[in-house]
Design a binder for this molecule. Structure first.
Ligand SMILES: Nc1ncnc2c1ncn2[C@@H]1O[C@H](COP(=O)(O)OP(=O)(O)OP(=O)(O)O)[C@@H](O)[C@H]1O
Length: 726
């Protein structure tokens, strides 16, 4: 058996064909083992992915896009969008992202709240991703925002949607040591900045260079221009490489936006999403206006807040001093809802704090100047109340744009003086804003004047604030360009002063001067009409007439004079703002809960709305007429007969306690005397204060130079969204 086996084996080994087959098999195996298929490196895969994406750019058809994933976007961006709950692009995003990916310049205009921020952030991220941009490549994209708040907000969105990328991003908005910022800027890939600060870096920071910049974004271009940054932006644009791509976004199409577009864009694609739209404001926004005498406005606002305790409301005012004063007194009046204030005289950190607090709160009222009007995205705002008439229809549109954002519903109430109604409504009509006239139920109107008088009698500082509020409001009206809407001489000043709690209207020097100029001009124009034969004299008088109008220059000098004074107490006021808010948190803000049940009922009650379709939008509602007479005949009474009606008993008692020790008539008399003395003392005080403030400002500057501030927060947008302060 053994021999046989051995024999067989021998025979096999000797077969050359078999041996060759065996050898070949063995050799092949070895070969495979020694040379595994080549694994592609990460950057190669990325490059292939990029090539595939770019290959699809030409086929983008906005009409076929439903989800973000229908765009050829990187996985890193798509994942972040999904994680941030952005699934379907809005119209402006659908229509602009394709062009921007293809490398075209874009001029995009769309209603407020329509999603313009993502329309430029996605292309920015994709542009740098395509270039495989890294930290060492420096500045690749620049986003210019009109205000610090908007820059901050855009930065927050960028952190969300860019978290899977490895780019660094920085916020350059001023307020911090330039040198410190300079060191970080050149290592930052995406900079979000305000125009003034950026130009300062370009001018003063030798290490700043933007020679490799790929993309420039001008966000809220209309606002940038309105704020007087046209020259600054032009100077910035001149310093940037011509090869860059530029995206310009605006909520409104004005002539100056088109001028800027001509200067900064090359053969742009114009995307005007709502051009054909019937209305220029979101369809989900319900808009109304009410005509109210100036001296009833504070009462009206208080009554409004009392009937909307569970809502999130923004109230827009004409000037900072008005916000400062009314914020304080409203905190003390305890409307039953948390009151916050946001205005330009607050320091940056404070503004960010207030912004975040209002974002967090479910029900609160934010008193704000137009600083909050554009671009700021506060979630779930139910109401926008325009306590003071906006400068123009565009400002109106921006203000109301703080509510009814991204398919949400919202309501807007515009408060107009009788003298403002005709001019402003005509403007809104022209701008395709559907707005209905409504009226306030006079029975539900609560008068707070006695309480204000009592506050002012108790605190001299409060009285001075009321006086500054009075003067500042008049100045803001006086400075308005559109005299068809804003006529300061039609305002009833004594009544207005009383409505703020002042016994006597403060003297307003610029109004006195303007009044004299008006009279002179009127006389001269009469004389001119009589002597129309003398051409030379006529033109001279025409010149005089021109001079006599309240010119901006004149008013500016007044403004400067007063602004010195205004700045005096800023830091002081801010501290007090904090204190007052603290007090509010502990008191007034808590009152809301009791009122929850009948909130909606009162809402209906105060605005017993006899809606009138001013633009004949709803033809079948035409028979509902507005009846303003009953309301006005009651509310114009003086002294006011009404006392607070909408109050719970507990509070009524508390209020009585608060005011019971005060004889209001005696207090008024005392105030009157004080006011007489006030004018005399004012001049001396101002001079002293100016010296004090200059010294204080100098000290503050010295301190600030050492203290850390917000502005340059350079963040790595790397995976996990870690925040790296560099
Ligand atoms: N595709 C989307 N899906 C869901 N929500 C979105 C989308 N795009 C934007 N939003 C949300 O809509 C709101 C408005 O967006 P954004 O602030 O970009 O509007 P905007 O057009 O810039 O407004 P404004 O002109 O007032 O600045 C934001 O809360 C944003 O998170």
């Amino acid at each position: 058996m053994r021999v046989k086996k051995g024999k067989e084996k021998k025979t096999n080994d000797e077969d050359p064909v078999r041996n060759f087959e065996k050898w070949k098999k063995k050799h092949d195996k070895t070969k495979k083992r020694t040379k595994p298929p080549k694994k592609k490196r990460e950057w190669e895969i990325e490059r292939e992915n990029i090539e595939k994406l770019v290959g699809r750019y030409g086929q983008i058809n906005p009409k076929e896009v439903i989800k973000f994933s229908d765009f050829p976007l990187s996985q890193k961006t798509l994942r972040a969008l999904l994680e941030s709950q952005y699934r379907q692009p809005t119209e402006i995003q659908k229509q602009t992202i394709g062009f921007a990916l293809q490398g075209k310049d874009v001029l995009g205009a769309a209603k407020t709240g329509s999603g313009k921020t993502l329309a430029f952030l996605i292309p920015v991220l994709e542009c740098l991703y395509r270039q495989q941009w890294t930290a060492v490549d420096g500045l690749g994209a620049l986003i210019i925002s009109p205000t610090r708040e908007l820059a901050y907000q855009t930065f927050e969105v960028l952190r969300k949607v860019g978290k899977n990328h490895d780019f660094s991003a920085g916020l350059v908005i001023g307020g911090k040591d330039l040198k410190d910022e300079s060191l970080k800027i050149h290592r930052t890939n995406i900079i979000i900045c305000t125009p003034g600060r950026l130009l300062q870096h370009m001018d003063e920071n030798s290490s700043f260079h933007a020679s490799d910049l790929h993309m420039l974004v001008l966000d809220e271009a209309d606002r940038i221009l309105d704020m007087g940054f046209a020259d600054t932006v032009n100077a910035i644009v001149e310093n940037l490489p011509k090869t860059r791509q530029t995206l310009l976004f605006s909520a409104t199409q004005t002539k100056s936006v088109k001028d800027l577009a001509r200067l900064s864009l090359k053969n742009p694609e114009y995307v005007w999403v709502h051009e054909q739209a019937k209305f220029s404001t979101p369809a989900t926004l319900e808009q109304s206006y009410v005509v109210c005498e100036l001296h009833q406005k504070v009462n009206m606002l208080f009554s409004f807040l009392r009937s909307h305790l569970q809502k999130k409301i923004i109230v827009f005012f004409a000037c900072c001093k008005e916000v400062q004063y009314l914020f304080r007194v409203f905190c003390r009046l305890r409307p039953g809802i948390s009151v916050l204030a946001l205005h330009g005289k607050q320091q940056q950190m404070k503004r960010v704090e207030v912004y975040n607090e209002f974002v967090r709160k479910k029900a609160a009222v934010l008193f704000a100047t137009d600083i909050a009007a554009r671009g700021l995205d506060f979630p779930a705002v139910n109401w926008v109340v325009q306590f003071d008439c906006p400068e123009d229809a565009n400002t109106y549109i921006h203000r109301v744009g703080r509510t009814a954002r991204y398919k949400e519903g919202g309501e807007a109430l515009l408060v107009l003086l009788p003298s403002e109604e005709k001019g402003m409504i005509a403007q809104l009509q022209e701008k395709k804003v559907p707005i209905n006239k409504i009226q306030v139920n006079p029975e539900k109107l609560v008068s707070v004047q006695q309480k204000l008088e009592a506050f002012l009698a108790q605190e001299k500082e409060q009285k001075e604030r009321a006086q500054r509020c009075f003067v500042s409001y008049l100045r803001s009206i006086y400075l308005m360009k559109n005299k068809d809407v804003f006529d300061v001489f039609q305002l009833k000043l004594p009544e207005y002063a009383t409505s703020l709690g002042l016994a006597v209207a403060p003297r307003v020097r610029f109004l006195g001067k303007a009044q004299k100029q008006r009279e002179t001009a009127a006389q001269e124009s009469n004389t001119a009409a009589e002597s129309d034969s003398d051409e030379e004299l006529k033109s001279f008088k025409a010149q005089l007439r021109g001079d006599s109008k309240p010119s901006t220059q004149n008013s500016q000098s007044e403004e400067e004079e007063d602004s010195d004074e205004e700045e005096e107490d800023d830091s002081e006021e801010e501290d007090e703002d904090d204190e007052e808010e603290e007090r509010d948190k502990n008191t007034g803000g808590l009152l809301g809960t009791d009122e929850e049940e009948d909130d909606d009922l009162r809402d209906v009650d105060l605005l017993t709305v006899k809606q009138k379709d001013v633009f004949n939008v709803n033809e079948n509602e035409q028979d509902e007429k507005v009846n303003t007479t009953s309301f006005l005949s009651v509310v114009q009474q003086w002294p006011p007969q009404q006392r607070t009606i909408v109050q719970d008993e507990e509070e009524e008692e508390e209020d009585d306690e608060e005011t019971s020790g005060i004889n209001v008539e005696a207090a008024k008399e005392r105030l009157r005397k004080e006011d007489q003395e006030f004018d005399k003392k004012e001049y001396t005080r101002k001079i002293k204060e100016k010296h004090r403030v200059r010294l204080a400002a100098f000290l503050v500057l010295c301190v600030r130079a050492d203290s850390p501030g917000l502005p340059l927060i350079t963040l790595g947008l790397n995976s996990g969204g870690r925040t790296n302060l560099i």
